[in-house]
Ligand binder design. Structure first.
Ligand code: FNR
Length: 387
C-alpha cells in the first residue's frame, strides 16, 4: 500500500487507476486552462505568518457552515459523474464525508440518484441544483430532495451553458463510456475499475434518466446541458426557486461584487465565491483573488463560502483568513475517490485536516474563529489594479 502524504499522491494514483476519459474530465479546465491553472498557483502567492510561544493545547478545527456543525469548514463540492470515477462514487464520497463530519454535496449530474445516496447514508446531505427548462422536472427534483431529507440546496449560477473543455470532446466523454477500440485498450490496464462497475446498476445520470423528458442522447453530458439547461435563468427565477425550496439556500458561482449584492438581496444563507474550478469562463480571475472584495461587499449580509483551487489545508486557512466562513473541495476529494474509493476520500479529508490543524497551530491560532486577516501576508496588488 503506497504511503499517502498529500493530495498529489492521490492524484497520481487516480490517474493510474481511472479510465483516461474520466481522469481528464476531472483534471481539466475550459479552453486555454488559464483560470484553472491560476486557481492553484495564486494560492502560492499568499504567505502564512508563523507565531511562536502560543499555547496550542486543546485546539479544534470544528465550526459551523450555515449553522450546521462541521468537523472542519471543508465541504465536498458537487461534482458531476462522480460515480464514473469509481463505481457508486457518490455513495462512497457521501459515506466518507458523513463519517468525517463534513457536508457532502450531490450534483444534479451525479450517477447515483438522490434516493440511492439517501438510502446508503444516515445524515442529511446537500443537493446541488442545475436549473432545467423542463418545469415539471424542476418541481419534481426539488420535491425529491425534500423527501430525501436534503438539508441545503446549492443553486449553481455559473453554468447555464457549458464552457468547452477540449479533452472531453476529444475523448468522447459519456456515461457509461462507449466501448470504442481506444476505450477498450484504456480499460485493459484499469480492469479493477471495470470489474467494480459491472457490480453496480448505477451507470447513467441517476437523477435524470427516467425523470426528464425529451433528451436525445441520455449518456452525453453535452447533449443534456445543451438541450435541458435553462439559459433564461435570472434573479427572478432564482427567487422563485428559493420559494419553491423553502429551506437553507446556497448560491454558487459568484465572482463579482455586484452579483454578490444581488444574491444577498434575493436572500440566501450563503454564497460560494467560485469560478467552477476554472471550468467555465476561461480568462476570469482566480477565485482566491476576488474573495476579499466580495467579503467586503456582502460579508455582513450573508455567509461567504469559497472554492476553486484548494489542494491543501494551508489553502483552506488562506481562504478563511481572507474572510471565507467555509470552503469546498472538488478535485482534491475526487483524486482520493479515483485512487482508493471511500478510503481515498477519507484519506483526502485526513490530509487536509492534518495540514490545516498543524498550520493553524503554527500560526498561533487554536480555533477557526481565531483565523483572521492578520494571519496571512498578501501581495499589495493581489486583487489587481485593473482598468
Ligand atoms: C465540477 N463542479 C461542479 N459544480 C456544480 O455545481 N455542479 C456540478 O455538477 C459540477 N461538476 C464538476 C465536475 C468536475 C469533474 C469538477 C472538477 C468540478 C465544480 C465544483 O463544484 C467546484 O466548484 C470545483 O471543483 C472547485 O474547484 P477545485 O476544488 O476542483 O479546484
Amino acid at each position: 500500500m503506497p504511503v499517502i502524504t498529500c493530495i498529489d499522491d492521490l492524484k497520481r494514483l487516480h490517474k493510474r487507476r481511472t479510465p483516461t476519459m474520466f481522469y481528464d474530465y476531472c483534471e481539466s479546465g475550459s479552453w486555454s486552462e488559464q483560470t484553472f491553472r491560476e486557481n492553484t498557483s495564486d494560492f502560492d502567492k499568499i504567505r502564512l505568518r508563523p507565531r511562536v510561544a502560543v499555547d496550542m493545547d486543546g485546539r479544534s478545527t470544528a465550526t459551523k457552515m450555515i449553522g450546521q456543525d462541521v468537523a472542519m469548514p471543508v465541504a465536498l463540492a458537487p461534482v458531476g459523474l462522480t460515480g464514473m470515477q469509481r463505481a457508486d462514487g457518490e455513495i462512497k464520497a457521501a459515506k466518507a464525508a458523513e463519517k468525517f463530519g463534513v457536508p457532502f454535496t450531490l450534483s444534479t449530474m451525479s450517477i447515483c440518484s438522490i434516493e440511492e445516496v439517501a438510502k446508503h447514508t444516515r445524515k442529511p446531505f446537500w443537493f446541488q441544483l442545475y436549473v432545467m427548462r423542463d418545469q415539471d422536472f424542476l418541481r419534481n427534483v426539488i420535491q425529491r430532495a425534500k423527501d430525501a431529507g436534503v438539508s441545503a440546496l446549492v443553486l449553481t449560477l455559473d453554468l447555464q451553458i457549458l464552457g468547452q473543455r477540449h479533452k472531453d470532446l476529444k475523448n468522447g466523454l459519456s456515461a457509461p463510456p462507449k466501448l470504442t477500440p481506444r476505450v477498450i485498450a484504456d480499460l485493459m490496464t484499469r480492469w479493477r475499475w471495470g470489474l467494480e462497475m459491472l457490480g453496480t446498476k448505477n451507470r447513467g445520470f441517476g437523477n435524470i434518466v427516467g425523470h426528464a423528458k425529451g433528451v436525445e442522447d441520455p449518456t452525453s453530458l453535452f447533449t443534456w446541458t445543451a438541450e435541458q439547461f435553462d439559459p433564461r435563468l435570472d434573479w427572478s427565477k432564482i427567487e422563485a426557486i428559493k420559494n419553491m425550496w423553502g429551506g437553507p439556500l446556497i448560491l454558487k458561482g459568484v465572482m463579482e461584487p455586484q452579483d454578490a449584492e444581488m444574491a444577498a438581496k434575493v436572500g440566501c444563507d450563503a454564497i460560494v465565491v467560485s469560478n467552477h474550478g476554472g471550468r467555465q469562463l476561461d480568462g476570469a480571475l482566480s477565485s482566491i483573488r476576488v474573495l476579499e472584495r466580495i467579503v467586503d461587499a456582502v460579508g455582513d449580509k450573508t455567509e461567504v463560502h469559497f472554492d476553486s483551487g484548494i489542494r491543501s489545508g494551508q489553502d483552506v486557512l488562506k481562504a478563511l483568513a481572507l474572510g471565507a466562513k467555509g470552503t469546498y473541495i472538488g478535485r482534491a476529494y475526487i483524486h482520493g475517490l479515483g485512487a482508493m474509493g471511500e478510503e481515498g476520500v477519507t484519506r483526502a479529508l485526513q490530509v487536509i485536516h492534518n495540514e490545516m490543524d498543524i498550520s493553524m497551530a503554527l500560526c498561533g491560532r487554536k480555533s477557526v474563529e481565531q483565523v483572521d486577516r492578520d494571519m496571512v501576508l498578501v501581495p499589495q496588488d493581489f486583487a489587481g489594479r485593473w482598468a
